[in-house]
Design a binder for this molecule. Structure first.
Ligand code: FPP
Length: 256
């Protein structure tokens, strides 16, 4: 049942009242929400700005989404910040994104730490990631390692296929026989075996793709696609997605 009243904007278009955390209190809250932060480039282009300005504006959206997750009591959130395929972007943009992620950590890690957020990174620590970025990542991991209110995983130089390949490499290195290769054996060699699969995945900017995000873990996740461009995303969009989640019936291959 719809709980919020409809209202109208200046042009008479019916708008739903923004969803608040209390509207969601009666239903299940997802244990793990993962976001594909898409649309920064288009947000900037619409304003005649370089793409990098869109990424910079995405920082406020990221922080507000984390605040929203804390407000709802969501214990795990994963943000797709840079994929193994994003190295194909123009060199200037890649360079900017490396520096941006480094400076974002320097600027925000204390604040996240004070809020009880544990920061982790999923992805390959390969030679392409500058050493100084890896250093900031390690510092953020160490600083926040004991926090348990919420775990924020930044998927950085992350690819779902690469993660599965890395897990299989571990199995081969360990000399595991074919008969011992089970789902449990693969899962326990993913980057974070302790992390529950996402219950809800949100992709912004109207694109309906997974783009190599958490391929193993998304097997039964609920997907919500929002038209909003990432820099305009705020916790109310998260709440709206959770409301969709609460209206879904999850069957995991079984029957109701
Ligand atoms: C997947 O789309 C989207 C991502 C990997 C997110 C990329 C996000 C950023 C670069 C900005 C990060 C912003 C902050 C605030 C940290 P895709 O473009 O890789 O894949 P596609 O080509 O299938 O659309």
């Amino acid at each position: 049942m719809e709980r919020d009243a409809a209202r109208a904007d200046d042009s008479g278009r019916r708008l739903r009242a923004p969803v608040s955390a209390t509207d969601l209190a009666g239903g299940p809250i997802p244990g793990h929400v993962a976001c594909v932060m898409d649309g920064n480039g288009r947000w900037a282009a619409r304003r005649g700005l370089p793409r990098t300005e869109g990424h910079a504006a995405g920082e406020a959206a990221l922080l507000d989404a984390v605040e929203g997750a804390l407000e709802l009591g969501i214990p795990w959130i994963t943000m797709y910040a840079f994929s193994t395929e994003n190295w194909r972007r123009p060199a200037d943009e890649v360079r900017y994104l490396m520096g941006f992620n480094e400076s974002l950590l320097m600027r925000r890690r204390d604040e996240l730490h004070e809020k009880g957020v544990r920061i982790r990174f999923a992805g390959r620590r390969d030679w392409r990631v500058p050493k100084r970025v890896l250093r900031r990542m390690d510092e953020s991991i160490d600083l926040t390692a004991r926090n348990r209110r919420c775990t924020l995983t930044m998927a950085f130089n992350y690819g779902g296929r690469a993660e599965i390949v890395d897990a299989v490499r571990h199995l081969v290195d360990e000399g595991i026989g074919a008969d011992k290769v089970t789902e449990k054996a693969i899962r326990s060699r993913l980057y974070f075996p302790d992390q529950p699969d996402p219950d809800l995945v949100i992709r912004t900017s109207g694109e309906h793709r997974i783009s190599n995000f958490l391929l193993w873990q998304l097997a039964y996740s609920e997907l919500v696609f929002d038209e909003v461009l990432w820099p305009d995303f705020r916790r109310t969009h998260l709440f709206e997605a959770v409301r969709h989640f609460q209206q879904r019936q999850r069957r995991f291959g079984g029957v109701q």
